[in-house]
Design a protein around this ligand. Structure first.
Ligand code: CTP
Ligand code: MG
Length: 173
């Protein structure tokens, strides 16, 4: 069970990283440059240029570590890890960020202000788009997809709560 969850997390490590890293960077200049669409911000102040770039790059960085060092993981650990490739790592990182941006775009269209809650969309938007992107080169096992769709919202809530306690984030979601 634990091994299986590790295998699932291994598959999306780059996407998780790309999604989580911008929160730490805290960029300033918004990616939508303050532009509005039908009276509302296109994306809002929560999606910054630096955060977006840093997220993609750091996701790719973590994924590169997987690509380069996956051969070193001892067989005795009994993990059957998905073989990661450069294209998977790039697609997972870019997909996660695109999914996150799309989520904000959708929230603004529904009139939810920046930082407002959108249950499931906030937690799964990045993951679903990362899955779609990576499927261009490698369709993940369905069991991994289902497992991740279940554990990601829980992990997301936990890490955001933690970031809030550390005052990295101004709201616990
Ligand atoms: N962040 C960033 N650039 C991104 C994504 C996130 O700089 N592309 C930073 C911002 O400081 C943002 C914080 O990470 O406020 C938290 O991200 P998130 O919860 O995804 O955004 P929200 O501020 O909640 O905005 P939204 O309502 O649009 O989701
Ligand atoms: Mg948020």
């Amino acid at each position: 069970m634990v091994l299986f969850i590790i295998e699932a997390l291994w598959l999306v490590a780059a996407a998780y990283t790309a999604n989580a890293f911008p929160v730490i960077v805290h960029g300033k200049k918004p990616l939508d440059l303050g532009k509005t669409y039908r009276g509302r911000r296109v994306l809002g102040d929560g999606k910054t240029i630096i955060g977006t770039i840093a997220g993609i790059l750091f996701g790719i960085f973590i994924g590169s570590m997987q690509v380069l060092f996956q051969g070193e993981i001892p067989a005795e650990w009994g993990l059957s890890l998905t073989v990661m490739t450069w294209s998977m790592v790039i697609l997972l990182s870019v997909g996660a960020i695109v999914g996150d941006l799309l989520g904000s775009f959708v929230k603004r269209r529904y009139g939810i202000e920046q930082g407002g809650k959108a249950p499931l969309l906030d937690q799964l938007g990045f993951l679903i788009v990362a899955f779609l992107f990576v499927s261009i080169v490698h369709v993940p096992d369905l069991v991994y997809i289902v497992t991740l769709l279940i554990i990601t919202p829980l992990a997301h809530v936990a890490t955001n709560g933690f970031a809030y306690l550390l005052k990295i984030k101004d709201r616990p979601w």
